[in-house]
Design a protein. Sequence first.
Length: 259
Amino acid sequence: MLTYVMAFEQKRIGIFDSGIGGFSIWKELISELAGHQFFYISDVPNSPYGNKTSSFIRERSEVLANELLKENVDIILLACNTATAEAIDGLRNKFEVPFVGIEPFVRSIENIDLTESNFRPVVLTTRAMHESQRFKDLLLKYDKNNILTAHACDHLASLIEEGYKSGIKSVETKIEEELSPLKNSNFTHAILGCTHYPLISDKIKSYLNVECVSPCLPVSKRVAYILKSGPIDSRTELYFKTSNQENFETFDPALLSLK
C-alpha cells in the first residue's frame, strides 16, 4: 500500500465553476494534491456561463473569488473555460493570490503528427468561449495551419448539469441531438473546451467515433507546480457550496461522478 511522506505544507485550494463542470478537474486535483484542503463553489443559480455576457461573467468571477479568499485559500482555480476567457486577466490584476485558468487544449495538436492525412480535430466550446478574443488568440498561436474545426455547443453544458441532477440517461437523446451536426464528419479527435464535457467524454467518444482530448490533468499539474507541493500524509478535505449558500459543507468524493 502506497504511503505518502509528509514533505509539504498543507495547502488550501479554491475552485469555482458555473456548475458541476469543474468536477472533471477536481478529480485530478485530488490525486495530484492528496491530503490538502479543497473549497469548491458552484455558481448554480447562474449556470451556465456560456450564454452570458462578458461583463456578467467578470462580475460573477470577482464575487466568487472574494468568497474563496474568505477561506484563506493559497490559490484559486477557475475550473471554467468561459470564466477563464472572460475574467482571469482582471482577477490577476486585482488580487495577489495566484489564479490558474483552463482553456481549450488547442496546443495539444503540437503533439500530433500533422503529416497524418486523416488527422481531423474539432474543438468543442461554449458559445461565449467560441466568440471570445482569448479563444481566437489561441487558434492564431497554435493552429497556424488551420487544421482545427471550432464548434460551439449552445446547450451541452446545461444538459450535463441536468443529467447530474436527474440521471445522465434522462438527457442522452438531447446530448446526441446537440452533437448531431458533427456526426459522420470523419473527425478523429475532439478537444473538450469546457470542463463539463469531460464528464461525458465516453459518450462523446462513442457517438462521434473520436479520441477525446482534455486539459484537466495538465492543469492539475500546473496547480501543484505553482504551489510547489504534492501529496501529503494527511486526510484530503473536500468542501463544497453553491453560490447561494452561506457556508461550505463536507463533500463526498463519490458525488463527483455522473450516474
